[in-house]
Write a protein that binds this ligand. Structure first.
Ligand code: PMP
Length: 402
């Protein structure tokens, strides 16, 4: 018998599995609203002009040498500047330990490994319910115990379950870790207000929780990278030490290039150096050092004031197209089709996703009858909609809910 005869077949990935089903469908009407990758008005993948420009500037200057273990230092310092702000005191003092990572997922996984090895408090992380599906196995595989806090309760309006979130964090184990989506919460599209972030900071402080930020969508929520960095910057200002995961997949459209960063704020330069040394010890046996091309693109953009300004306006353009689709979809459902139910959440939610409230049975019907694919929790990637398919989508939803 084969050595692997006892290996059981695992379930398909709940998000990437949707793309598989979409690819297998041959209908010209098919729409993929599963994966969170930006699509332009023609439904096509979008390479940002600033990225193309950066690649032109890099052409011919690219060697294929190894990067250091923690990546391209031009990139990591510019990534930290983007996240923490150009005027960040921590940055000026050299107190941010930062490493390049294999996009946001890799940042989370390095973070998980670092906390598993060095966090002095309980190795327990509280994740919001719901959260990005991959958060759970990332921390579980890192050896961190996963617990949950309420964030959104289906059927109870379309807002944040603020009372539930605060209550659960107040009852959390003292000194544990808490994962916070910095902006554009995935999958709900609902973020705390700035006032609520201020209150959260107090709750986190009172329970000595460690705030672990996942910022996969800086710029995508509001169209403004500074505004979207409010939460981690505010927590730093309030004296919290934080962990921060960054991804350039969405905001630079560098999905397959795998460009990200993981950082920890420290008390002193000397502490930063110790933390850096341990990040290297974690990364070296995992993958030795990160890929170089995407980091060079991101660094080129962030380093050139003109190109950076162009990029910021392109991020804004993507965010605005999504916001426009939200209002078109809302209008069609509410005013044109008079679809039963309240659809105002489509407009009020932010970021790449909308949590539609469609049931698993309805999402299944949409796939089978209308060739429209989304995750079973009713999450749709708004970026998959455009003026050509939004009408068909709205009519199909209308049929599915009647
Ligand atoms: N965190 C969240 C909340 C996400 O939605 C994503 C992407 N779907 C990621 C992290 C990581 O994505 P990537 O590894 O492609 O940067």
């Amino acid at each position: 018998a084969s050595t692997w005869a006892g290996v059981p077949a695992g379930p398909p990935d709940p998000i990437l599995g949707v793309t598989e089903a979409f690819k297998a469908n041959t209908s010209p009407k098919k729409i993929n609203l599963g994966v969170g990758a930006y699509r332009d008005e023609a439904g096509k993948p979008y390479i940002l002009p600033s990225v193309k420009k950066a690649e032109e500037l890099l052409a011919g200057k690219n060697d294929k040498e190894y990067l250091p273990i923690t990546g391209l230092s031009d990139f990591t310092s510019l990534a930290a500047k983007l996240a923490y702000g150009a005027d960040s005191a921590l940055l000026k003092d050299g107190r941010i330990a930062v490493t390049q990572s294999i996009s946001g997922t890799g940042a989370l996984r390095i973070g998980g490994a670092f906390f598993e090895r060095h966090y002095p408090g309980p190795k327990v992380i509280y994740l919001p319910t719901p959260t990005w599906g991959n958060h759970i196995p990332i921390f579980r595989d890192s050896g961190i115990e996963v617990r949950r806090y309420r964030y959104f309760t289906p059927g109870e309006g379309v807002g944040l379950d603020w009372k539930g979130a605060v209550e659960d964090l107040k009852n959390a184990q003292e000194g544990a870790i808490v994962l916070l989506h910095a902006c554009a919460h995935n999958p709900t599209g609902i973020d705390p207000t700035q006032e609520q972030w201020k209150e959260l900071s107090e709750v986190v402080k009172s329970k000595k929780l460690f705030p672990f930020f996942d910022m996969a969508y800086q710029g995508f929520a509001s169209g403004d990278t500074t505004r979207d960095a409010f939460a981690p910057r505010y927590f730093v200002e309030q004296g919290h030490q934080i962990a921060l995961c960054q991804s350039f997949a969405k905001n630079m459209g560098l999905y397959g290039e795998r460009v990200g960063a993981f950082s920890l704020t420290t008390e002193s330069k000397e502490e930063k150096a110790r933390v850096d040394s341990q990040l290297k010890i974690i990364i070296r046996p995992l993958y030795s050092n990160p890929p170089v091309h995407g980091a060079r693109i991101a660094a080129t953009i962030l380093n050139d004031p003109k190109l950076n300004a162009q990029w910021e306006s392109e991020v804004k353009g993507m965010a605005e197209r999504i916001i426009e689709m939200r209002s078109v979809l809302y209008e069609k459902l509410t005013n044109e089709l008079k679809t039963p139910g309240d659809w105002s959440h489509i407009k009020s939610q932010i970021g790449m996703f909308s949590f539609t409230g469609l049931s698993p049975a309805q999402t299944k019907a949409l796939a089978e009858k209308a060739h429209i694919y989304m995750t079973a929790d009713g999450r749709i990637s708004m970026a998959g909609l455009n003026s050509h398919n939004v009408g068909y989508f709205a009519e199909s939803v209308d049929k599915a809910v009647r």
